[in-house]
Design a protein around this ligand. Structure first.
Ligand code: ADP
Length: 162
């Protein structure tokens, strides 16, 4: 049987403990997962692509079957290029569902049968979003409950004014 390859696409601006939970759970099911940062010119991110990728590498290195990439263009085309038949996404609440449902249906058509597999957020992480984390960072607040330790340390050392 062919390897089950999944893409976990996102902005990861920055990666949070909510994302990490989805990645760990996905890694138990799929043979390989690509954490894929979409380079979307229309999206203004707080952190550079390079920085976001660095933090993703840091998370990926704890698992044998998780790799990190960035891509331009459509996620469905990228998935085909990497022979991935699945997209991995997380659902925190009903508004995630409404948004993800449409994207998933579109990807199924554009990706010629590309399936999206959804993980329901663990209750301990369902309140965490990258956008809230960015707001806390901009306000120089403590994000240690929401992001991997390495990110917290990097922010303390390089980003926060003392
Ligand atoms: P995008 O820019 O594509 O929305 P994000 O990096 O914000 O990218 O999110 C990527 C995926 O991770 C989405 O499916 C999102 O619903 C999911 N996600 C984000 N935060 C959490 C969380 N706390 N728990 C579970 N899933 C999450």
């Amino acid at each position: 049987m062919a390897d089950k390859i999944a893409i976990f696409p996102g902005s990861f601006d920055p990666i949070t403990l909510g994302h990490v939970d989805i990645i760990r759970r996905g890694a138990l099911i799929f043979d390989k997962i690509y954490l894929a940062v979409g380079e979307n010119a229309n999206k203004n991110t707080l952190f550079t692509l390079e920085q976001r990728l660095k933090w993703l590498y840091d998370v990926a290195k704890e698992m044998d079957n998780v790799n990190v990439l960035s891509y331009k263009g459509l996620t469905a085309h990228f998935a085909k290029e990497f022979n991935a038949k699945y997209l991995l996404r997380g659902l925190r609440n009903a508004s995630d569902f409404d948004y993800e449902k449409t994207i998933s249906q579109l990807n199924h058509i554009v990706g010629e049968g590309l399936e999206t597999v959804f993980f329901i957020s663990h209750p301990a992480f369902s309140h965490i979003s990258s956008s809230i984390v960015r707001e806390i960072i901009k306000g120089q607040g403590d994000v240690s409950p929401f992001v991997p330790e390495k990110i917290h340390m990097d922010l303390k050392n390089n980003y926060y004014k003392n």
